[in-house]
Design a protein. Structure first.
Length: 154
């Protein structure tokens, strides 16, 4: 059996109490459906009210502005009292400040040309000290030695 539910549409008026509820909900940062429900209205009722009476939308805008101003004052006061994190947040969000993301690393490595030439000269002199004849003699000697003698000669 179906029961009849009496339905009577609510009157949408921007009463002082309703406007204060909209203001208070907007001041704490609520938006859309959450704002409507916190103000004691259905979301569709709130949308209709803002369309029919611009004062309701003005109450929302004023609530948002006052809430933002209040939080801004808290942050600025904290920054003035030495809170570096609050100061950085103000710089980032209000003034577009961005911390550097790169690190410059400089390695100063100098090559001494005179030292490089001296090192090269030493290597050339060492190579010239062993003449081809001496190399051949050493190879022949090593070839005729027993493995134990080769290890001792080395």
């Amino acid at each position: 059996m179906f029961h009849s539910i009496p339905y009577e549409p609510r009157k949408l008026e921007a009463t002082e109490g309703r406007l204060e509820a909209i203001y208070a909900a907007a001041k704490i940062g609520l938006k859309g459906d959450a704002l409507a429900l916190a103000a004691g209205m259905l979301p569709t009722e709130y949308r209709q009210l803002t369309q029919f009476d611009p004062v309701a939308e003005m109450a929302e805008l004023k609530g948002r502005a006052d809430g933002e101003r209040e939080m801004s004052q808290v942050l600025h006061e904290a920054a003035r009292n030495g809170d570096a994190k609050a100061a950085l947040e103000i710089l980032k969000h209000q003034h577009g400040w961005v911390a550097k993301q790169q690190i410059n690393v400089e390695v100063d490595q100098r090559i001494s040309i005179t030292q490089a030439l001296e090192d090269a000269q030493k290597r050339v002199i060492e190579a010239i000290d062993i003449t081809p004849k001496e190399q051949a003699d050493e190879q022949a000697l090593t070839f005729h030695m027993k493995p134990e003698q080769q290890q001792k000669a080395a």
